[in-house]
Design a protein around this ligand. Structure first.
Ligand SMILES: NC(=O)c1ccc[n+]([C@@H]2O[C@H](COP(=O)([O-])OP(=O)(O)OC[C@H]3O[C@@H](n4cnc5c(N)ncnc54)[C@H](OP(=O)(O)O)[C@@H]3O)[C@@H](O)[C@H]2O)c1
Length: 354
């Protein structure tokens, strides 16, 4: 796409774990210009470079460091607002931005279940953008809200999409091993997670189960129908910095061969009509055949952290096949995924500034 003028964007929650990823990724995005950083009231009016405790590898981008942190309220000089806010705060302020005409791309869970708010992974359900017609009619907003799924859901829904389309999934059993960065910054205490596994993440299993079904579902007469799949998730926090690992067992309506499973994953290019977007990787699902891969430390960064890496694909004595996936939780599962949603909105004509 030929963008004549970059679109000014704001990051809400810019000092947090996901917010910093946005700031890093937007520093040289060809379509978007980071114009505003916002955070909690206590930081407003301070230079981002002074108030933000930068926790990512590499330096904070120079231009971002010079920005003054703004209050999280409409009136910001931006057209797109990337929200990396805690859910309770997102629930209050995201509608205010949408009402004021901003295009809100949210990472928070606040509106993921709302029937008129698209929950998107562009490669698998870009057609869910049709829900925006209902959103506009019902809410009367000048702007809009779209959401990205929970970071762990992404590493399940993406590889399940081609398998569901081709062979009809009936059952999914998922056990997760989730990185510490998924809990935000400063997150979990070292004394709690070091040398440990915590078999509970508040609300996570419900999110994984519900959001996977929404993402794999269909739009009928302008309404979202969740996929008819039985799904059970068990979520664990493990002592890994970034990258969520999921062990999956999958049962099918029409059991494929092992070769057919590998082919379906490897050849997945996105659902029909998926446009070529700047941040989408050439290879959406990367299949590895070594016995000991994927591993979060070695595989989370594949294709700029945008591919889901799948391995250990084999028959399962309980359901039909087993496999292991690794996805980058703050990139594909958060900031990069949300930027991809914004690219989709631009591509589909929801912003008319070019
Ligand atoms: N971490 C992940 O891997 C991940 C993945 C997908 C989705 N998410 C979701 O993304 C959102 C952000 O997660 P995170 O991990 O980045 O959290 P985080 O590290 O705790 O960051 C939270 C951010 O929100 C700001 N904030 C908090 N309360 C605020 C308020 N009342 N007004 C304005 N700003 C406020 C904080 O600003 P101050 O620094 O000024 O307090 C900070 O910038 C959450 O909804 C989370 O569920 C996270």
């Amino acid at each position: 796409m030929d963008i004549k003028q970059k679109i000014p964007v704001a990051v809400l929650g810019a000092t947090g774990m996901v917010g910093q990823r946005f700031v890093q990724l937007l520093a040289d995005h060809p379509w978007f210009e980071l114009a505003v950083v916002a955070a909690s009231e206590r930081r407003a009016g301070q230079r981002y470079g002074e108030t933000c405790q930068w926790v990512l590898d590499g330096e904070m981008p120079d231009k971002a460091a010079e920005l003054m942190v703004q209050q999280t309220q409409p009136g910001l000089n931006a057209r797109i607002v990337f929200s990396a806010l805690p859910a309770d705060w997102a629930r209050e302020v995201e509608p205010e931005f949408a009402r004021a005409g901003y295009v809100v791309c949210s990472n928070a869970s606040a509106f993921r279940q709302a029937p008129d708010v698209p929950l998107l992974i562009p490669e698998i359900n870009h057609d869910h953008l049709h829900l925006l017609e209902n959103q506009r009619k019902q809410r009367g907003w000048e702007g809009l809200i779209v959401t990205s799924p929970n970071c762990t859901t992404t590493g399940i829904a993406l590889p399940m999409k081609p398998l569901h389309d081709l062979f009809g999934i009936e059952k999914i059993f998922a056990v997760t091993m989730q990185a510490v960065s998924g809990a935000g910054y400063p997150g979990i205490s070292f004394l709690d997670i070091e040398d440990n596994v915590i078999p509970y993440i508040n609300g996570e299993e419900e999110k994984i189960e519900q959001e996977t079904l929404l993402l794999l579902g269909t739009i009928t007469d302008g309404h979202r129908e969740p996929a008819a799949i039985d799904i059970s998730a068990q979520a664990n926090r493990v002592s890994v910095r970034e990258g969520h690992t999921v062990c999956l067992s999958v049962g099918f309506k029409h059991k494929p061969s092992l070769d057919e499973v590998v082919k379906a994953l490897t050849e997945f290019k996105g659902s029909p009509g998926f446009p070529n977007l700047h941040s989408s990787p050439q290879q959406i699902l990367v299949v590895r055949d070594e016995k000991n891969r994927p591993q979060p430390k070695r595989d989370r960064g594949v294709n700029d952290g945008m591919s889901v890496v799948v391995g250990r694909i084999r028959e399962c004595p309980l359901l039909d096949f087993r496999m292991v996936t690794v996805s980058h939780n703050t990139l594909r599962g958060a900031a990069s995924g949300s930027i991809l949603n914004a690219e989709l909105l631009v591509e589909k004509g929801y912003l008319q500034t070019f």
